[in-house]
Unconditional design. Structure first.
Length: 294
């Protein structure tokens, strides 16, 4: 039972949209205790929010953990792909478990609906991208049903207001890691990922469409497996919904997912925060279970 478990002490490195939303979600978890929230500026909105919530804060960046290694067992790195390379060298030396929220591609790729149990055997796991978390489970199912698949394309559209500075800086890495994840978790030989930052007002919900070119589609077998996967993801991402499909359109299998956020930090249109952060929280909770069992 959760009440009998020792909570896993977690630090959040990065006080932007992703880090602050993670903070709110971690406070709801019966398995996690946020013991340190770290940014670079004490006047940032994320740092101010954490302080108002009574969470220990720091503006020292990674040095906050180096100076107090006992402050946490696990670190969420919600900074940037470039910074994570430096951070991992330090955190690895300190023996910390790390959940990488950036598209650095350093750690073991983790999509909880597919490989959660294996991931917690690694000390550094990578949550791929928001588009990857939304599309890879669909690509995985399509690939299971159709071993001979030529190509998959994924188009994600998110509200521009939900994309912080780190997301914008990491656009190239986002594309590279999403495509790598699509190929890793499916039988696809080629993969293409596109991310659209939509400035429309009012802000749009996150939508991700997966297109797969399959020689002989087996829709009768595919449809129930897609629905089962959607239900599995909804156990940790409540706002994950099947919007279209799977259907055949112009010789391609098409599946569209909409993700509606919980509104923990940004409004509910920011499903891109929820899809990756809920996946990260589910992973951290699995680490906590393993720690208690072991």
């Amino acid at each position: 039972m959760a009440t009998d478990m020792k909570k896993l002490k977690v630090a959040i490195l990065g006080s932007g949209n992703i880090g602050t939303d993670l903070l709110v979600k971690s406070l709801r978890s019966p398995f996690l205790e946020c013991t340190l929230f770290i940014g670079r500026h004490m006047d940032s909105p994320g740092i101010r929010k954490a302080n108002n919530l009574g969470i220990r804060i720091s503006d020292l960046g990674i040095d906050a953990i180096s100076k107090d290694p006992d402050s946490c067992d696990l670190v969420f790195d919600a900074t940037s792909a470039i910074d994570h390379k430096t951070h991992w060298d330090i955190l690895d030396g300190l023996g910390k478990m790390v959940i990488d929220m950036t598209p650095s591609g350093i750690g073991e790729m983790c999509v909880p609906a597919i490989n959660l149990e294996d991931c917690v055997n690694h000390r550094n796991v990578n949550m791929v991208t928001c588009g990857g978390q939304a599309s890879i489970p669909m690509a995985n199912i399509i690939g299971m049903v159709h071993p001979e698949v030529d190509r998959v394309e994924v188009v994600s559209s998110i509200a521009s207001r939900s994309a912080g500075p780190a997301t914008r800086v990491n656009m190239d890495e986002y594309i590279e890691i999403t495509e790598r994840g699509l190929k890793k978790f499916s039988s696809f030989k080629r993969a293409k990922a596109i991310l659209i930052l939509n400035p429309a007002q009012p802000s749009i919900d996150m939508q991700t469409t997966t297109f797969a070119i399959v020689p002989k589609p087996d829709m009768e077998r595919l449809r129930p497996m897609v629905h089962t996967m959607v239900q599995k993801i909804q156990t940790y991402v409540p706002g994950y919904h099947l919007l279209v499909g799977p259907v055949i359109e112009n010789g391609r299998i098409v599946v569209t997912i909409k993700v509606r956020g919980l509104g923990d930090y940004l409004p509910k249109y920011a499903g891109n925060l929820d899809i990756i952060n809920c996946a990260a929280i589910a992973t951290a909770e699995e680490y906590a279970r393993k720690m208690t069992a072991g």
